[in-house]
Ligand binder design. Structure first.
Ligand code: GLY
Length: 571
């Protein structure tokens, strides 16, 4: 039946091409982990979302149209991180070389305050910022998509959200990894919701099952028909506020009515003369940190080192240690705190920060603090990359924070609320769920955006669109994107190789190199890095990259990380 639904959708689309675009009826989609198209590509965390985005492109939509359709589709078929109850960042490069960046990050409710998650003794109350109604920031995704459409959309908004509505009401096909993920979240869903939620199946989910979400379909229909008001006002707002009152949450009608996404100037820098690297500005720390890492790498001559050699890993880890110390001190919402972006990217400052770098030995993190730049500041997230047949590109990263966010589903509205408040520094020096610490710049204030690590990136080579990439992974997002960029620009790997390569990560504190147990670093490198004073901590996989590379002859290659169910779809 589900397969039949899929066929009907495809047949209807082919019909559309015949009716609306004449010769486009012959479009054949290429789909898989690593595919090459000649016109357009979408790579996302779920095959059905990638296909929906690619179909919008094939209908003549641009990359922003496809991004909106993909984002809403992920909100249905990738509930671990796709969302309308969360937020994100969208980076856009137009075919004339101009950029824009949309911040639809969640905001602290106006009732939030600095010590919201502390008890009367000033101690952090365990779980309050991660598992309760109080953990949710005011969602930004719906306003973001409407804002993006208003500025750059070319197809009717209803056409972009309709595939998600159909997917919610007809159901989507559960992928293999997804079945395991949903099953492991069942206990949390049951504990945190008073009514049954569609994400839990008696006896457990299996690959190929169909998951239907009729309440979510009705919420999406309200958004389709009423726009902003369909989410931030009327029935959906009432349902969110009712859900808050069930669990001592603090999001009010005013919080929802006042939420607005914001267009921001992205950060950009030149790497090794040929590459322009552009990414998200604060309130994400991602772009600033990535550019800091690349400038330090250029100075240290990373491009002359051998891939995954002791020398290269040591240099990269020592740069990461110093960059994350700066992040903890200076990065926060630019609407509330002066983030010294220019100072942090100042070449002399970055050289000074690396003066303590010892090629022979690890610098213990307790001997590294933040610097003083001139002018002074689940792990689950999901990323999609899009290139359209007009040469425009979108890199967007969106999140609920933890896997399935707070696991709290808005009753009768069918969507999961984020637990993004944990991205604030809930107490100075107290690690968040990613082990990140923060200070004043990222303290909770009413209406403020919590600091993010999300790093959607677009790289030009010799002035032409080259790479569109991003990943989930909490604090490891920045270092994963950094590795993808240098794997290609410095170590000469193909995109497929760059994505599949072993990943490692250092974030200043804790003072350790995380590595992927199933995809380890060469053992002799680990041994020699240990001799330099580094310690290691194995973990599951790091990140799930969705990326596109455009070759000089115009081929568009999509690569979906083998670590997940991710899929590329293009033509
Ligand atoms: N919630 C993960 C991040 O924004 O960095």
């Amino acid at each position: 039946m589900e397969k039949i639904n899929g066929l009907i959708v495809t047949a209807a689309l082919i019909f559309l091409f015949t009716a609306g675009c004449g010769s486009r009826a012959d479009i054949v989609f290429v789909e898989g982990k690593e595919v090459t198209g000649s016109s357009a590509m979408v790579v996302s965390a779920h095959p059905q979302a990638s296909r929906i985005g690619a179909e919008i492109l094939a209908m003549g939509g641009n990359a922003v149209d496809a991004a909106i359709a993909t984002e809403f589709a992920l909100a249905v078929c990738y509930p671990a991180a796709g969302n309308i109850g969360g937020g994100g960042f969208m980076l856009i490069r137009f075919n004339d070389g101009n950029y824009d960046a949309l911040d639809y990050r969640e905001k602290a409710p106006y009732g939030a305050f600095r010590d919201l998650y502390l008890d009367e003794d000033g101690e952090v109350v365990r779980g309050l910022s991660t598992t309760t109604h109080l953990s949710s920031g005011v969602p930004g995704t719906v306003d973001g998509m409407i804002n993006a459409h208003k500025k750059y959309g070319t197809l009717p908004f209803s056409d972009l959200i309709q595939p998600a509505i159909d997917l919610a009401s007809n159901g989507f096909i559960v992928e293999r990894g997804q079945a395991a993920s949903l099953n492991s979240a069942a206990r949390a869903f049951n504990a945190r919701n008073s009514n049954p939620v569609p994400f839990v199946k008696q006896g457990g989910w299996s690959e190929g099952d169909t998951l239907r979400q009729p309440d979510l379909a009705r919420t999406l229909i309200r958004i389709r028909d009423k726009g902003r008001e369909g989410f931030y006002g009327g029935k959906t707002a009432d349902l969110i506020v009712e859900e808050m009152s069930r669990g001592n949450g603090i999001i009010t009608h005013d919080d929802l009515a006042l939420y607005r996404s914001v267009w921001r100037e992205p950060v950009s820098g030149i790497y090794r003369e040929r590459y322009r690297v552009t990414s998200m500005s604060p309130p994400s720390s991602g772009g600033v940190a990535l550019l800091q890492l690349l400038k330090k790498s250029e100075d240290a001559g990373l491009y002359g080192m051998e891939f995954l050699s002791v020398e290269a890993i040591h240099m990269m880890v020592e740069a990461e240690r110093r960059v994350y110390a700066d992040r903890a001190k200076y990065l926060g919402d630019p609407d509330f705190t002066d983030v010294p972006v220019e100072g942090l990217l100042n070449r002399d400052y970055l050289r000074e920060r690396m003066e303590s770098f010892d090629p022979q030995r690890a610098t213990p993190s307790d001997m590294v603090s933040h610097g003083f730049p001139p002018g002074i500041e689940s792990e689950e997230t999901t990323h999609y990359s899009i290139v359209d047949n007009y040469g425009n590109a979108v890199a967007a990263t969106t999140t609920l924070n933890g896997g399935y966010g707070s696991n709290i589903v808005v009753d009768r509205a069918g969507f999961i609320l984020n637990n993004e408040m944990d991205d604030f520094a809930i107490k100075p020096g107290h690690p968040n769920m990613f082990g990140l610490i923060g200070g004043e710049a990222n303290a909770i204030e009413p209406g403020k955006r919590m600091l993010s690590s999300m790093t959607p990136v677009i790289v030009e080579r010799d002035g032409e669109l080259y790479l569109v990439a991003g990943t989930p992974g909490g604090s490891t997002i920045i270092t994963t994107v950094y590795q993808i960029v240098v794997n290609m620009t410095d170590f000469g790997l193909t995109l497929g190789e760059a994505v599949a390569a072993p990943r490692f990560h250092h974030q200043w504190l804790p003072d350790q190199i995380s590595y992927e147990r199933g995809n380890p670093l060469p053992s002799d490198a680990v041994e020699r890095l240990g001799q330099k004073g580094h310690s290691f901590s194995g973990r599951g996989s790091i990140g799930r990259v969705d990326a596109i590379v455009v070759s000089a002859d115009g081929d568009i290659k999509g690569v979906a990380d083998p670590r997940g169910d991710n899929r590329a779809s293009g033509y």
